[in-house]
Write a protein that binds this ligand. Structure first.
Ligand SMILES: [Zn+2]
Length: 345
């Protein structure tokens, strides 16, 4: 959710009973076996389903600067510099996004954890059969947990085939992941052994102060997870966007909590490339190369997957084994994909 809150405002979701059932196909393992000659499999743990206003925009990945602005305005909702770039990422033609991104997933041999409203996730699954691990989350907790939504989530995870709780956007509400108001949802996830994916760190595209008034950078501090993890020692948490840029706090948390993983979604393409590589290298050098999972934060640019994979593949500080771990093995292990779906290292 690097920029989606800017594009759409806080996502408000309501989940109906019928919407959480994704069908029997979702209960089976993703079809990861690749015919000979296909590229090695990749798991993208951070993809969003749904329509995104502003979907016609192009983007320059890894823009080199976030520009200052003056409160006298007018202020653009994005802070990225207007530099030209190659490659520039283009959105699909109207109505073509799902088929375009599904074709890319097939070409690149990608299986994705797809988050969103259940109906939107089901559409994604229909477009990319066998390549989607469905995820869904909860709405604002500003007024406490919603019993009806808790019940719907329980149904989604026990009967509906949903496998992951996320993307949890508490930081966009200025709320800590250890806040008591979110507690019932995380207790449910621990009880059902469902991994939870929490947005932490990245603050959008340089205009949180303009576009997201409740967002607090401080609520992305990875150490804020400590009380939650103490209350729920079996909970499988992954920190989306790797808590960027709070490397030292992230490493402190990873040292103390061996269940916690991170994804590099959004981070990998929306910050200066030298900085992205330095951050990932810091986590690997800290000894946590088996905690890093690949992700895109894909929402509207089909070629973002290939671009983001290339950042990992071109990282000269990673061994071939470390690249495979980040692109596939770590997520397969964390998500407990069936062994039959996991190729040998
Ligand atoms: Zn996010």
């Amino acid at each position: 959710m690097t920029i989606r809150s800017i594009l759409k405002g806080r996502i408000r979701r309501s989940i109906s009973v019928s919407a959480v059932i994704v069908g029997a196909a979702a209960l089976t393992a993703p079809a990861l076996a690749a015919p000979a000659g296909d590229p090695p499999p990749v798991i993208d743990v951070h993809v969003h389903a749904g329509e995104f206003p502003g979907g016609g925009m192009t983007v320059c990945p890894n823009a080199a600067q976030f520009l200052a602005s003056d409160p006298k305005g007018p202020e653009a909702p994005f802070g990225w510099s207007g530099e030209d770039c190659s490659p520039r990422l283009y959105p699909s033609a109207p109505g073509q996004y799902l088929s375009d991104v599904a074709a890319e997933m097939k070409r690149l041999n990608v299986t994705a954890v797809v988050f969103g409203k259940p109906d939107d996730v089901k559409k994604f699954m229909a477009a990319a059969p066998g390549r989607v691990i469905p995820g869904t989350g909860f709405n604002s907790v500003a007024n406490g947990a919603d019993p009806a939504q808790l019940k719907m989530l329980e149904l989604a995870f026990t009967e509906g085939g949903f496998k992951v709780m996320g993307e949890i956007g508490l930081q966009y509400e200025g709320i800590s992941p250890s806040d008591e108001r979110a507690e019932p949802y995380f207790a449910l996830a621990e009880k059902l052994d469902i991994p939870v994916a929490i947005h932490m760190g990245t603050g959008g595209s340089g205009r949180a102060n303009v576009a997201m008034p409740k967002f607090r950078g401080s609520m992305g501090n990875p150490l804020l997870l400590e009380e939650l993890l103490a209350r729920h020692p079996k909970l499988r948490v992954w920190i989306m966007h790797a808590g960027y840029p709070m490397a030292e706090n992230l490493l402190t948390l990873l040292q103390a909590n061996s269940h916690v993983h991170v994804d590099i979604a959004g981070l990998v393409w929306s910050y200066p490339l030298k900085e992205v590589n330095a951050y990932i290298k810091r986590i690997v050098d800290g000894g946590f190369g088996d905690r890093i999972m690949f992700g895109t934060d894909q929402m509207m640019w089909p070629k973002l997957m290939a671009y983001s994979i290339s950042i990992v593949q071109n990282a000269d500080y990673l061994t071939p084994q470390q690249k495979r771990d980040i692109l596939y093995n770590n997520a397969a292990r964390f998500l407990r994909l069936p062994a039959a779906a996991q190729p040998a290292k």
